[in-house]
Design a protein around this ligand. Sequence first.
Ligand SMILES: Cc1ncc(COP(=O)(O)O)c(C=O)c1O
Length: 370
Amino acid sequence: MIEKLVRERVRFLKPYVPGKSKEDVIRRYGLNPEEVIKLGSNENPWGCSKRIVEELPKEVKNLHQYPEPVNPVLMKELSKFLDIPEENIIVGGDGADEIIDTLMRTFVDVGDEVIIPIPTFTQYRVSALIHGASIRYGRYDRRKDFKLDIESILENITERTKLIFLCTPNNPTGNPIERKDIKKILESTDALVVVDHAYIEYSKDIYDVTKWVLEYDNLFILRTFSKVFGLAGARVGYGVANKRIIQYMMRVKPVFSLTRLSQVCAITALRDREFFQYSREKGIESREILYRGLRKFKDLKVYPSEANYLLVEIKNGMTSGEFCEELLKRGVIVRDCKSFEGLEGEYIRVSIGTFEEDRRFLEILREIVS
Ligand SMILES: Cc1ncc(COP(=O)(O)O)c(C=O)c1O
């Protein structure tokens, strides 16, 4: 009965598979919370700015009032942070995920096409399918350390192409897309090229193309407070683009999704540049520690990364599921990559931890693999 009511594309949808939560693993394996190391969801192991702890309680007295749909203080701080005018920025209250959904609701009609090179962040596919898009898959080339195969994008562009998703650094592979390739794609199409910079703060400045929105009308940059600012739980994401794009998106965006508490979190985070720098430097250092440590295992292949995680191929005959299970029993959560389309083989993704977590993780790994 219900099946008859549900939209067909929802009935057949393979939902987004999030990383395992710490709470779930503690319950399932009866572990002590202090023992669990979570390296599965590309979060910030150093938390967020300590100033948020002081600022947040002050907003509680206002919670009976709706938030301002566009908070002028937040817009001003973001504009300063990016050095880009406010009119080119949109902020979303369910993180960058909400911005992805708003892009679909603004641009995609049933039957329109969306190009997604894989393996990549799976939310693009889920959101595109919900909105009735047809997906054309491009490719990050496994034989070339997952470098974007630019031809696989160009050959898929048609008159129906609305959005092209380029994730750089790419999740889960960690590699950036070269500027010249982004430029070539931008100049080969009128479709909107969505460059996902969720992890850009962890990469070299040369890979950041945010400022290009002032030059290219068909460029959309996706960014988030979930990673370097350590605010995944506050759910704040933003987009940067030509002002006409922002104006249209504002028509369909959920009006009050950015809560008063999230607004305070984002404003305070932007004002604490010291924490931002600290978090960025520590994150890069942790990635280097893990990279060097993982390279020592002969049965693992670790890929270079410009993000806050590393893709690791398992070469000892275990499946990624078996490997993750062995780690879970020992209190370590990493991401099993089998849910990433286009990643054939046995892969896991390991997020950065505190230096102590990195050390313990590498020690535990020695019990499982040589
Ligand atoms: C590449 C990429 N884009 C976007 C997001 C969504 O981030 P948010 O937490 O802001 O919704 C993620 C989350 O992990 C991601 O990996």
